[in-house]
Design a protein around this ligand. Structure first.
Ligand SMILES: Nc1ncnc2c1ncn2[C@@H]1O[C@H](COP(=O)(O)OP(=O)(O)O)[C@@H](O)[C@H]1O
Ligand SMILES: [Mg+2]
Length: 275
């Protein structure tokens, strides 16, 4: 299967400062930005229709696949569409959102969850007036417990009154259970993979965990896709995929045959057997 065929066994990503900055919101290349807009549009098909606003978790199997980059870019294209959006950095172990957006990470979510601040310290962003940020805060000893707490659940429910979208950055599923602890408060979860980086067996393990938690997987994003991959997609039945040197949406496009998480997991398994 095409999508998984491009997930290699070895991690071979090299990135420099220039490529790091070029992957964020205003600096995005046209083609990459178009892909994020495509993901934004695809989301409207896969999100539950009966919720007044959406809380979307972004995770992956391991570190470095592009979760935080996806969170920032997706949030910014949603804000451009006049949606009120809050980014929460719930990667309380290795937070990067504040640094990527040039703000302080403390005080933030963890300080609020332990009761150190009465109000959640939500900051406006300089990307878009409709985009807000709740940074991680100090690194706590028990992130999983905090994220799965009653206080967090009540807080997120309240946020639904003020924001159209809450996009939550989380640590990788294969390393810690933090993303799973959050699953009861999520409308759904996006899984980020990265071409020539994500290992099939890691992704398979990730989906197995997600299936156990019963969280709704909204789709998978293939980040950093090569031009070859894009060309293959153009030739394939998914003709509307545009050429992009960075990013592809895959399962975020609803397809009748992709009914549920189980299918995705099975596909990973089948693909592995073919190798
Ligand atoms: N499509 C891409 N092209 C180039 N660099 C990227 C791309 N996606 C992510 N990066 C870079 O890779 C590194 C890891 O990305 P990040 O979003 O922080 O991953 P994660 O949050 O999953 O650990 C960062 O330095 C980021 O700038
Ligand atoms: Mg990250």
């Amino acid at each position: 299967m095409g999508f998984f065929a491009n997930l290699k066994k070895k991690r071979t990503i090299k990135s420099n400062n220039e490529s790091k900055q070029s992957m964020l919101h205003k600096n995005l290349k046209f083609a990459a930005k178009e892909q994020y807009k495509q993901i934004r549009e695809n989301l409207s098909f896969v999100l539950p229709q009966d919720e007044k606003s959406y809380v979307i978790g972004v995770t992956s199997s391991v570190r470095g696949e592009g979760k935080s980059t996806t969170v920032i870019n997706l949030a910014s294209v949603l804000a451009e569409k006049d949606k009120t959006v809050l980014i929460i950095d719930a990667d309380l172990r290795i937070p990067t959102i504040a640094k990527k957006l040039g703000i302080e990470k403390t005080p933030g979510l963890s300080n609020f969850l332990v009761g150190k601040t009465e109000k959640a310290p939500i900051y406006s962003s300089n990307i878009n007036e409709k985009l807000f940020i709740l940074p991680s805060g100090d690194i706590p000893p028990n992130p999983s417990e905090l994220l799965g707490s009653e206080r967090m659940a009540r807080f997120v429910e309240k946020l639904r009154d003020s924001f159209d979208f809450v996009i939550i950055d989380t640590p990788p599923v294969n390393l810690v259970s933090d993303a799973l602890a959050l699953s009861p408060v999520l409308s759904g979860l996006i899984v980020v993979t990265r071409e020539s980086f994500t290992e099939k067996r890691e992704l398979k393990r990730c989906f197995r965990q997600l299936k156990l938690s019963e969280v709704k997987v909204l789709g998978t994003i293939l980040n950093d896709a090569s031009e070859d991959h894009a060309k293959n997609y153009r030739k394939s039945k998914y003709r509307y995929y545009r050429k992009s040197d960075y990013l592809k949406t895959d399962y975020l496009t609803p397809k009748p045959e992709d009914g549920n998480n189980a299918d995705v997991t099975d596909n990973v398994g089948n693909d592995e057997k073919k190798d």
